[in-house]
Design a protein around this ligand. Structure first.
Ligand SMILES: [Zn+2]
Ligand SMILES: [Zn+2]
Length: 382
């Protein structure tokens, strides 16, 4: 099926897990993957893990449904071919995909204050950034993308600004987690909140992102890391990543923010909302202290996107900060995280609770919906 490296890449026919409708089980289909267009690369996906936002988008009853669609945005792979004008990558390079890219040229990419690329930012319409078209078809009918990544396919095409080259010695079945969840949590702790030694931290939601915040806080020397989750099974796992106190709001007799205020002498230094519930953002704000308390929100809201909070929370010195992908500039920062993992400075393996073959991708959706996994790594066929 593959073209030789010298000729113009041909269409590849391969297996992809296609979502035909909101909440419908994915179906393994033969899809045609077009050659990479100018400034794009085609990747042979090696491993891809399921992230909560895939599920949120898959379940979403949007006004204009984007189906059929190929989900998946947390992935590692090997460059199969490159499009015209690509000099940064060559066939055989090991890469991570980026759901928010870096063009290196726009106002945000050239500012050290932002990772919100104006050209290759979060793609929500299910098409490629460059021409608003898809690179997947089934019998000529277009199949939409997700975040311009779509890694639930043996091969995918991404913009060269939406992938980052990484060390070929890094295990692709582990570091795919740095493509979204783990990096997002670490960045929120280090780059966005910039947690200082000895501080108190509260984390709402102990999934992969929340536990990565905990890991980041622990490595910064936080003295107390309070983890909040309604799933009691998270308690043991949370300790592995540095959570010192586990609280289940359902088992508390007073509102959780009051419990936190009481045990932290007026509120934590930092609170993180990793659930994707906008009402929880208010609770997180109320859980951090007056004067310097910082709340960072990382969750993707599932329903009501508006936030309500009493202005007095801000008047008394609290700050609310949003972050996408932990504030990392992906091209510049992610290879360093990969190197930190190789030097055993950060933990990733402990997040992988399940390894599944590609044909079992729907099991990963079930496990995540039932709260039974952190990360399911899906292994593509060789
Ligand atoms: Zn994600
Ligand atoms: Zn840019």
């Amino acid at each position: 099926m593959l073209s030789s490296s010298t000729s113009i890449p041909a269409v590849i026919t391969c297996k992809a897990a296609v979502a035909w409708g909101a909440g419908e089980a994915l179906v393994m289909e033969e899809v045609e993957v077009s050659p990479p267009q100018p400034m794009e690369i085609r990747i042979k996906v090696v491993c891809t893990s399921l992230c909560r936002s895939d599920i949120t988008a898959w379940l979403s009853q949007a006004h204009t449904p984007i189906f059929p669609r190929i989900f998946g945005h947390e992935a590692s792979g090997i460059v199969e071919s490159v499009g015209e004008g690509v000099t940064e990558f060559e066939q055989g390079d090991h890469v991570l995909t980026l759901f928010t890219g870096e063009c290196m040229k726009c106002k945000h990419c050239t500012s050290d204050k932002s990772n919100m690329c104006q050209v290759l930012g979060l793609e929500r319409r299910g098409v490629m950034h460059s021409d608003q078209k898809t690179r997947f078809t089934i019998k000529g009918k277009p199949i939409y993308h997700y975040c311009a990544v779509s890694s639930f396919s043996e091969y995918t095409v991404v913009h060269s600004g939406c992938a980052v080259k990484i060390s070929s010695t890094a295990p692709l079945e582990r570091i795919c987690l740095l493509s979204c969840g783990v990096a997002a949590g670490l960045g929120a702790a280090w780059k966005v909140a910039d947690i200082s030694k000895g501080s108190t931290v509260v984390i709402f939601g102990l999934g992969t992102v929340g536990l990565s915040v905990a890991q980041g806080a622990k490595l910064r020397g936080a003295s107390r890391i309070i983890g909040i989750d309604t799933n009691p099974e998270k308690s043991e796992k949370a300790k592995v990543f540095g959570v010192t106190d586990f609280l289940n709001p359902n088992e508390c007799e007073e509102p959780i923010q009051q419990v936190i205020k009481r045990i932290t002498d007026g509120g934590a230094d930092y609170s993180f909302e990793c659930v994707g519930d906008t009402e929880m953002i208010t609770t997180a704000l109320e859980s951090c202290c007056e004067g310097w308390g910082v709340t960072v929100t990382l969750g993707v809201p599932k329903v009501k996107p508006e936030i309500t909070a009493h202005y007095a929370l801000f008047l008394t010195g609290r700050t609310l900060r949003g972050s996408l992908f932990g504030g990392w500039k992906p091209k510049s920062n992610i290879p360093k995280l990969v190197d930190m993992y190789l030097k055993k400075e950060i933990q990733i393996d402990e997040f992988v609770t399940h390894n599944l073959q590609f044909e079992d991708v729907n099991k990963a959706f079930d496990l995540m919906r039932e709260g039974k996994c952190l990360r399911c790594v899906i292994h593509m066929p060789n």
